[in-house]
Design a protein. Structure first.
Length: 270
């Protein structure tokens, strides 16, 4: 989902919103104490797992300060606290991407750990522009760099890669997008797997966009189960540069009982 321009707020109001978001992160950290850890799944197109093919405009950028939360039936709960995402339009139709996360974990029967997790880098390239009959099409390869401490459960210990294809078509205030790709997931007891998702969103006003997604993730571990789930979310545009994104959902079939995402987004450009 792409943030749109909105009405203006005072700097004091923006600081208040930012302080509220930090407070929510602190509360989530408190709720996480004593809970077990399950792997966090990347939220490809905030606030959803499904991504869109639209890159950030040339010489424009966006920065997210975010937290994501996951509660699984067997593995327990996990979160990033926080993570920062940066996207920048390096060239026309080409966006570069970086996520630097901090993770909190407490395995069942084990000790709690908090620290830097695995770093994500990528590049989104749009090679077909949207027209009246043709959808927009792009690819967005990602690499997960094993910078987290594997022994403490803060990283995978292996380089992982995702190779997707994303499509999008818009009609007035409605936009639909989705696609899927293949995760290369090396390591003992792990499987390579596919992920597929589709989202629909509607711009209600210049300040508010609502959306929902349906996704399917194949099993990533030996003996694991696949997941089919949904999320509903929104983007609130306070100004042309300041935005709030959030979503929540769960599996229809699978182990996830609840997932949540919350982010402050700052957009900039010439």
């Amino acid at each position: 989902m792409k943030a749109m321009g909105g009405g203006s707020l005072s700097h004091k109001s923006i600081r208040s919103i930012f302080s509220l978001m930090v407070s929510i992160m602190v509360i989530l950290a408190g709720l996480g104490l004593g809970l077990t850890m399950s792997p966090i799944q990347a939220w490809a197109g905030p606030p959803f797992l499904t991504d869109d093919p639209e890159p950030v405009e040339y010489k424009h950028g966006e920065v997210y300060l975010a937290t994501q939360f996951r509660y699984d039936r067997d593995a327990g709960k996990s979160m990033t606290l926080p993570h920062m995402e940066v996207n920048y339009g390096l060239l026309p139709n080409l966006q570069i991407h970086l996520i630097t996360p901090f993770a909190y974990i407490r395995p069942t029967g084990g000790d709690a750990h908090y620290g830097y997790g695995d770093t994500e880098v990528g590049a989104k390239y749009r090679f077909i522009q949207e027209s009246e009959l043709c959808p927009m099409v792009a690819t967005f390869p990602l690499l997960e760099i094993p910078t987290g401490d594997k022994d403490n459960g803060l990283g995978s210990g292996e380089v992982q890669a995702f190779i997707p294809l994303w499509l999008q078509k818009s009609w007035g205030p409605w936009t639909t997008y989705g696609g899927g790709g293949y995760w290369i997931n090396p390591g003992a007891g792990r499987n390579n797997y596919g992920f597929f998702g589709w989202a629909v969103q509607r711009e209600l006003t210049k300040q508010l966009t609502l959306g929902t997604e349906l996704y399917h993730k194949m099993s990533s571990e030996d003996g694991g189960e696949s997941e089919t789930g949904f999320n509903v979310g929104a983007i609130v545009n306070f100004t042309e540069n300041h935005h709030l994104l959030f979503s929540a959902g769960r599996d229809i079939s699978g182990s996830n009982l609840f997932s949540g995402y919350l982010a402050y987004q700052f957009t900039f450009g010439p």
